[in-house]
Design a protein around this ligand. Structure first.
Ligand code: GLC
Length: 581
C-alpha cells in the first residue's frame, strides 16, 4: 500500500503514490533531510493528503481510496482454521463438536485447499464429502459457517471445465508470443486468469456462484500475489490493465485487488449478502472489497510483537478489517505463545487461529485445561463486545478511522506516544497493552491524558503517566476511559443476527454518552434506511436519556448496568420511546 503518513513541525500529512509498479521508499535512510521514492516505470502520480490532525489525514485518504463497507455482523466472531481439516467432512465435524463441547464461541470454520478435488478451484472432492451442500447446511444449524479457500491458479487439465472455458475464451495471461503462460502452484501446472479484464472478473464471479449455491459464507482468496512455485512470473508476461495490453510488471501489485473485486462482485450478486472476502494480497483500495490477513507468520515471539504495528499500520492505510494467524502459522506454537497471541489479537476484527500442515496442533484444547480455560475467557470477552466492534465499523464507514489504532492517532499532541508500538486503542474508549514477551508477567503501561479504569478491577488511574501492571498469563492489561458506555452482548456460542430483542449497555464511571447502531447484520437493507441509531446519555444525576432515531424494529428492551445496579427500559410502541420499568 504505497501510502505514508508523516509529521512536519507537528502537522500531519499523507503521501499516496498511485503507481502499481515495483517501487522503493527510502524514509530518511540515505539522508535524513529528505525522503526518496521511485518506481521502475509508470507515472509519478501522487496525492498529498492534508488534514488538521492525523484522524483527518486517514479520513481523507480513505475518502479517496475507499472505506471498508459494513461487514456482516458474524464476521466479527471467532474463526477456527488449520491446513488441513478440510481433507474430510468427518474432521471438520470433529472440530465443530469439540468447539461446542468445550463451550468455545465460534462462528466460522475455514476449509483450506484439501476440500477441493485435486486443487481444482470451484470443485469439491467427492471421496470424503458425501454431499457438501447438506454438510454446510448441517454446520449452519449448529451455528457454524464454512469459509472455503480459493487460489487464482487454475489447474492445467484438459478435462476440467473451468480450464477448458478459460482457454476457449482466452481468459488466461499469455507469454509475449501469445501462447498461454504456465507456472506451478498447488495443483501442479497452472494458468492465471487475467483479472484486469472485466469479462474475466465477471467469469470468475459466475464461478463464485458455485460456492454460494453450496452455502459457504464467503471466500478466502490466497496465493493472489500471484504466487508461483516455478520461479517468479517474468515481467513481460502479457496481462491486461483493463484498457489495453500490459505486463506483469504493471499488474503484479494489483492482481490480488482485481481477484478480490471479482470475488466481491460474485458474492454480492449471487448471495445478496454483504460479501465476506479474506485476501493475502492487496493494493490501496482493496479494503472496499476484502479484509486481509497478514499471511504466513511463524509461531515466534518476534512475530507476535509485529502484530500491533502491523494491525495499526494496516488500519491507518485503510484496512480497518484485518487479522493475523493466531498462534502463528509456521512452526510449533507453545501454550504461552498461543495465549498471549489470543490476548493481543482479541480486538483484531479478523479473529482467526490458523496453522500450517506439519505443525503441532494449536486448537484451544490442544494444551490442556488451564490453556483452554484462558482461551475460553477471552473468546467470551470478545463475544460480549461484538456490538461494540460493529458500532466501530458503523463509525468507520463514515470516517474511515480504523478499529485498532496506534495511540498517536487518538492523542497526536502527546509526544510520548509517537513511537509507542506495544499498546493500542480500540476505537476511542479502550486501551490495550498486551504482554508480547516470553516469560513476562508484568509490564509498564503508558496511559495518556484522561482518567482510566482497569477493566478487571475497576481501579482508577489518572493519565499522562506510566504504571506498572501485573499481568499473569491469564491477564490482558485492558483499560477503559472513565465515563464510557459500552454495549455488552449476552454470552452466546455464535452470533445470531436474528436475536435482536434486547441489548445491554454498561456504564463505566458515573456518566457518559454513546451512539449505538443496529440493523439486520447481513444484507444491504440498511442502505435504504433500514437501521436504528440509539443515543444514550447518562448524566451524573443518573438521569438516562435514550433516543432512537429509528426506522423500524427497535429493541423491545434496553438494559443498563452501572454502579447503581440494573435498570430496564421497555419500548413503548405508541409513543415510540423507552420507559423505565
Ligand atoms: C498459503 C496460505 C496459508 C494456507 C496455505 C495452504 O501458505 O498463506 O494460509 O494454509 O497456503 O493453502
Amino acid at each position: 500500500i504505497p501510502f505514508l503518513i508523516g509529521m512536519k513541525n507537528g502537522l500531519p500529512y499523507g503521501l499516496f503514490f498511485d503507481n502499481s509498479y515495483k517501487s522503493h521508499f527510502d524514509l530518511g535512510k540515505e539522508n535524513s533531510n529528505y525522503y526518496f521514492y521511485s518506481a521502475v516505470q509508470g507515472n509519478l502520480d501522487y496525492y498529498v493528503i492534508g488534514g488538521k490532525d492525523l484522524k483527518e489525514v486517514v479520513s481523507n485518504y480513505t475518502y479517496l481510496t475507499g472505506r471498508v463497507p459494513l461487514p456482516q455482523k458474524w464476521t466479527l466472531g471467532y474463526q477456527q482454521s488449520r491446513w488441513s481439516y478440510s481433507v474430510s467432512q468427518k474432521e471438520v465435524q470433529q472440530i465443530a463438536d469439540k468447539l461446542r463441547e468445550n463451550d468455545l464461541p465460534c462462528d466460522v470454520i475455514h476449509l483450506d485447499i484439501d476440500y477441493m478435488d485435486g486443487y481444482r478451484v470451484f470443485t469439491w472432492r467427492k471421496d470424503n464429502y458425501q454431499d457438501p451442500k447438506k454438510f454446510v447446511q448441517k454446520m449452519r444449524k449448529e451455528g457454524f459457517r464454512i469459509m472455503p479457500i480459493i487460489d487464482p491458479g487454475v489447474k492445467l487439465d484438459k478435462n476440467y471445465p473451468i480450464y477448458q472455458e478459460g482457454i476457449k475464451k482466452g481468459y488466461f495471461v499469455k507469454n509475449p508470443d501469445g501462447s498461454v503462460y504456465v507456472n506451478k502452484v498447488w495443483p501442479g501446472d497452472a494458468v492465471y486468469p487475467d483479472f484486469g479484464r472485466k469479462e474475466v472478473r465477471d467469469w470468475w464471479a459466475k464461478n463464485v456462484k458455485y460456492l454460494v449455491d453450496i452455502g459457504t459464507c464467503g471466500v478466502w482468496n490466497d496465493m493472489n500475489e500471484p504466487a508461483s512455485f516455478n520461479g517468479a512470473l517474468p515481467d513481460d508476461i502479457a496481462f491486461s490493465d483493463g484498457k489495453q495490453r500490459s505486463t506483469h510488471a504493471k499488474m503484479h501489485n494489483v492482481y490480488g485487488h482485481n481477484m478480490d473485486k471479482a470475488t466481491y462482485e460474485g458474492l454480492k450478486k449471487y448471495s445478496g449478502k454483504r460479501p465476506y472476502v479474506i485476501t493475502r494480497a492487496a493494493y490501496a483500495g482493496t479494503q472496499k472489497y476484502s479484509t486481509v490477513w497478514t499471511g504466513d507468520n511463524q509461531s515466534l515471539w518476534g512475530h507476535l510483537q509485529m502484530l500491533i504495528p502491523q494491525m495499526c499500520n494496516l488500519g491507518m492505510s485503510g484496512f480497518a478489517f484485518a487479522g493475523t494467524d493466531i498462534g502463528g502459522f509456521g512452526a510449533d506454537t507453545t501454550s504461552e505463545l498461543l495465549i498471549r497471541w489470543l490476548e493481543a489479537a482479541i480486538f483484531s476484527p479478523l479473529l482467526r487461529n490458523h496453522a500450517s500442515v506439519g505443525t503441532r496442533a494449536q486448537e484451544p484444547w490442544s494444551f490442556g485445561q488451564p490453556t483452554l480455560e484462558i482461551y475460553r475467557k477471552y473468546l467470551k470477552l470478545r463475544y460480549h463486545l461484538i456490538s461494540y466492534l460493529y458500532d466501530n465499523f458503523y463509525q468507520e464507514t463514515k470516517t474511515g478511522l480504523p478499529i485498532m489504532r496506534p495511540l498517536v492517532l487518538n492523542f497526536p499532541k502527546d509526544r510520548k506516544v509517537r513511537t509507542l508500538n506495544d499498546e493500542f486503542m480500540v476505537g476511542d474508549d479502550l486501551l490495550v497493552a498486551p504482554v508480547v514477551t516470553e516469560g513476562q508477567t508484568e509490564r509498564a503501561v503508558y496511559l495518556p491524558k484522561g482518567d482510566w479504569l482497569d477493566f478487571w478491577t475497576g481501579s482508577e488511574y489518572a493519565g499522562n503517566t506510566s504504571i506498572l501492571v501485573k499481568a499473569g498469563l491469564d491477564k490482558l492489561p485492558l483499560f477503559i476511559e472513565k465515563n464510557t458506555i459500552l454495549p455488552w452482548d449476552e454470552s452466546s456460542n455464535h452470533i445470531d443476527p436474528k436475536k435482536n430483542d434486547v441489548i445491554t449497555f454498561r456504564l463505566f464511571g458515573d456518566h457518559g454518552n454513546y451512539i449505538h447502531y443496529q440493523d439486520d447484520g447481513e444484507d444491504f437493507a440498511y442502505q435504504n434506511g433500514q437501521f436504528n441509531l440509539y443515543k444514550i446519555t447518562i448524566s451524573q444525576k443518573n438521569t438516562v436519556e435514550l433516543t432512537n432515531f429509528g426506522y423500524n424494529c427497535p429493541y423491545k428492551k434496553v438494559v443498563l448496568l452501572s454502579e447503581n445496579g440494573r435498570q430496564e427500559f421497555i419500548f413503548d410502541q405508541k409513543n415510540k420511546t423507552y420507559k423505565l420499568v
